[in-house]
Design a protein. Structure first.
Ligand code: 6PG
Length: 240
């Protein structure tokens, strides 16, 4: 497993280069196996990356019929709520590419759901349709919070220690909205490649702590089976 950190001048360049990298990675997976499983993230850079993918001519040469889209976490909100990661992904990229609807694996909304726990169980079952316990994701994207959280796994929270299930409900999240769903660390770390995307001076401490594998920092506990890639800007790299 290799790990590398790429430092770019600013957030726009992080999103632009991540978009190009991801499109090439999708094309490579499709040519090797005819399918690609990609896990998206919420957050500023994660969503900006999707918009740059939609704007890239490279997206026009991808046969999206073989691409499966998943989410590492989701906000437990009504359908169509702009704060839902899948809604932002739909508006930024998914409505602009010819992805079969059955290949877009959304975490359920709060509408009609009996509980976030039931939604977590349902998503775990969906993941298990494609692997045990999940498909070997080709690329799994993560943002990084100022406290070092990734997906909806926050420092010191019990969800950090969950290993028996692939998806967990998160309540009283330190980052609003309070109720969320998140892939667990073992599921994240089952991905072939884990890419952590972040930018801005407010993330510099978290980046430095994660890269130093400071105890209890979720960003320092994620890695791909083949590759871990940090894609950050100069401001976020200031404390490395
Ligand atoms: C979420 C994200 C979360 C996000 C980080 C970074 O649903 O909120 O998955 O993990 O990626 O909080 O977000 P920003 O880049 O907006 O700070």
């Amino acid at each position: 497993m290799t790990s590398s950190t790429m430092i770019y001048p600013d957030a726009t360049t992080v999103a632009e280069t991540t978009a190009a990298r991801l499109l090439v990675s999708i094309a490579d997976a499709l040519s090797a196996r005819g399918e690609a499983h990609i896990v998206l993230t919420g957050g500023t850079i994660g969503v900006a990356t999707l918009a740059r993918m939609a704007a890239s001519p490279l997206s026009d040469v991808i046969d999206w019929r073989g691409v499966h889209i998943w989410w590492g976490d989701e906000r437990f909100l009504p359908p169509g709520d702009h704060d839902r990661n899948e809604v932002q992904a739909q508006r930024s990229l998914l409505k602009r590419v010819r992805l079969p609807e059955e290949n877009i694996h959304r975490m359920a909304s709060s509408e009609g759901a009996t509980s976030p726990e039931k939604v977590a169980q349902a998503y775990a079952a969906e993941l298990a349709r494609f692997g045990d316990p999940a498909p070997a994701f080709d690329v799994l994207l993560l943002g990084l919070g100022p406290d070092g959280h990734v997906a909806s796994l926050f420092p010191g929270r019990p969800e950090m220690k969950v290993v028996a299930t692939s998806v967990v409900a998160v309540k009283d999240s330190p980052k609003p909205p309070p109720t969320r769903l998140s892939m667990t660390l073992p599921t994240i770390n089952g991905a072939k490649e884990v890419w952590i995307l972040t930018a801005g001076a407010e993330k510099a401490r978290a980046v430095a702590d994660a890269l130093a594998h400071k105890s209890g920092i979720p960003g320092g506990m994620v890695h791909g089976t083949d590759r871990t890639l940090w894609l950050i800007d100069k401001a976020a790299a200031a404390s490395i």
